[in-house]
Ligand binder design. Sequence first.
Ligand code: GLA
Length: 392
Amino acid sequence: MSAGEVPTDAESAARARRAFIDRFGTEPEGVWAAPGRVNVIGEHTDYNDGYVLPVALPHTTRAAVARRTDGRIALASLQGDTGVVELSIDELAPGRPDGWAGYPAGVVEGLKDRLAGGVSLLVDTDVPVGAGLSSSAALTCSVALALSDLVAPGLTRSDLVELARRSENDFVGAPTGILDQSASLLCTAGNALFLDTRERRTEQVPLDLAAAGLELLVVDTGTSHTHADGGYGDRRRECEAAAARLGVPALRDVTDVAGLAALDDGGDGVLLRRARHIVTENARVLEVTDILRGSADPRGIGPVLTAGHASLRNDFQISTPELDACVEAAVRAGAHGARMVGGGFGGSAVVLVDRDRATAVAAAVGERFAREGFVAPRTFDVVPSAGARRIA
Ligand code: GLA
């Protein structure tokens, strides 16, 4: 298994530069890249003030950028046949522009005091879109880093996390937490990023899978998800309602399922289930982080990942038949653990497997999908990669 077709930084910078010149007839001032992410563990904990543990993908989105003098913003993408989206910088408003262009436009809007002359921007990506691998954060974070380098060098990476998050939350209208933006901007090669989303405390946790004879496979089920849809927002509201009922600022403040008794109303128990996922998931992040920090065999995290999937399926109820089949087939074929990743309702799963079993496990998942009549999944392995950076 390999990430295969991911280009080098030099190759992707050259491609973005050529395309920029082709679209805008002028040189870009630079090219920046920001990765997608896969979360090892810690799903839906970020907006509950909890813990997460993502790694950056080798796949990135690139932004080639040049400032203008006519007060206009021009946005082009090498994906799809979208043409150039162009408008006056004063016309920027939530929903205008919409679609993919809303993500970079929201970042421009966040810095528009320093971009009065306008900006031209071309983006290119190899992060699979709609696969639960944070293609939207890769987009906003590449643009945020580019613009801060050009016009706001005093901003820290944490400031950029906030800038990118606001673009998604307030401009595009997707009510996400800060997992994806933090992963894209703060991850480093060879490490998973432990993040306490309340304290904003980070720790780089070494994750040398190859040295342990392991691979972390991503299985993209090809079923897409979108956070602007209702399911994600519903879960967020349910978690807030559960915290309010328990009288705590956030579900992070409950550290034991025994503390959830007040949610047991004898009915269908939706709030209890949602809260139980968050409480147990935070414990799983701490457990996995502890295992990886120490000298224990990293294979020990496998069953914790699989338990995380069961919790997302049964308590949080955001899995799909494809994701469940993937996890089940992978574990049955000898994977140490597997779970769905990201916001849910489609997208990808991760599978932890011995390197010499990876091909057999991927084949077993493929066969199961064929038997069930699902679209053939796309599988690649992930090396924990670098966070956002300037590449030209
Ligand atoms: C999406 C959101 C993140 C996070 C995950 C679930 O990726 O963008 O903020 O909530 O779902 O862990």
